[in-house]
Write a protein that binds this ligand. Structure first.
Ligand code: AHM
Ligand code: MG
Length: 336
């Protein structure tokens, strides 16, 4: 694959290889437009008047930022007219968003997190948009239940990272490619043709402020990492936490490592199964990880094998370099 190729050409070629008819490329072109608009809004920040709280909560009881809501609207407006979607669902909407009668309905469903890591917006930290595309196999109008497909059924997954550069990273089931937004031409161009996660790593990402709540397998793993070269791992580890899953996953796709947002005792007491959501965070990032040679797991189950039971279902997330994830699986299995 030729560096410098546009995102549109890459999608067209990948879709053709998979026997597609161009419909997915049409949809991804609209996703590209949405992400370019969002990149511009995030970059202009306070100058565009988009920072700060919206003064309301989403269905999950989380405070929404102005930009969470704007990003949700931009993503819908940019994609609903394409004729390729049956419905959309996102972190910021209680139920799915059906394509109105004004537009032609299509055969894809898309879930998305419009602005992941939105607590980073006001401090100019990394944020991103995550998306996952599956097929709508039903007839007539789509329902929430049509979205309850396992991660293995995704035909495409990706994210756009808004950071020092904006980057689109995508898989159509044939490896992972990264594109950088070239502001001089206003388009994403191929800069990272084949992203792969090294099997071994010495970098972990977890919010260590919650360590008192961690379960034994995670405590054991992190304790062993911080013992450094004199400890059982025999090597020194580094820690990074972007506060944005997109930022952390991107770093791991570039240089390896492991990302954890595990189930902890506090969540168990509250009756929740994790923090991150399966359909628009864990599944798309899980598909990217596997396509790049890494693994995505809960500790007890491969994320992509989970049969979802709710649009906003939460799951524990452990993903990244295969040797580190395998070690964590071993600790979970031996202690469950
Ligand atoms: P969000 O989608 O509401 O932004 O929440 C998801 C984010 C992830 O990007 C990040 O890894 C995590 O939540 C940060 O959580 P915490 O603030 O508990 O460290
Ligand atoms: Mg998120």
């Amino acid at each position: 694959m030729q560096k410098g190729m546009t995102f549109a050409r890459f999608c067209a070629e990948q879709e053709a290889l998979a026997g597609g008819n161009g419909d997915l490329t049409t949809l991804l072109d609209a996703v590209n437009a949405a992400c370019r608009r969002l990149s511009d809004l995030v970059r202009r920040g306070e100058m565009a008047g988009v920072l700060g709280a919206a003064g309301q909560e989403n269905v999950q009881g989380e405070e929404q930022k102005k930009l969470d809501i704007i990003a949700n609207d931009v993503f819908i407006e940019s994609t609903e007219w394409t004729g390729q979607l049956a419905a959309l669902a996102s972190e910021e909407m209680d139920n799915h968003y059906p394509i109105s009668g004004q537009f032609k309905r299509g055969k894809f469903l898309m879930t998305f997190d419009p602005l992941d890591g939105s607590s980073n917006i006001d401090v100019n930290g990394a944020t991103g948009t995550i998306f996952s595309i599956t097929r709508f196999e039903g007839e007539g109008t789509a329902s929430d239940d049509d979205f309850l497909q396992s991660g293995r059924q995704q035909v495409c997954a990706g994210y756009c990272l808004y950071s020092s550069a904006s980057m689109m990273v995508i898989t159509l089931g044939n490896g992972v490619a990264g594109f950088t937004l070239d502001n001089s031409i206003g388009d994403f161009v191929l800069t990272h043709p084949s992203m792969s996660v090294p099997a071994a790593a010495n970098e972990f990402a977890i919010n260590a402020a919650y360590s008192e709540h961690w379960q034994a397998p995670v405590k054991q793993y992190i304790n062993e990492c911080v013992l450094g070269s004199d400890g059982v791992r025999g090597k020194a580890f580094n820690m990074r936490w972007a506060g944005s899953m997109v930022g952390d996953v991107h770093r791991i796709l570039c240089r390896g490592g492991v990302f954890l947002y595990p189930l902890d005792e506090r969540m168990i007491a509250k009756g929740t199964a994790g923090k991150l959501r399966l359909l628009y965070e864990a599944n798309p990032m899980g598909m990217l990880m596997e396509q790049a040679g890494g693994l995505a797991h809960t500790g007890l189950q491969n994320i992509l094998d989970i049969q979802p039971d709710g649009l906003h279902q939460r799951v524990p997330v452990i993903m990244g370099s295969s040797e580190e994830v395998e070690r964590l699986i071993e600790y979970h299995q031996s202690q469950s």
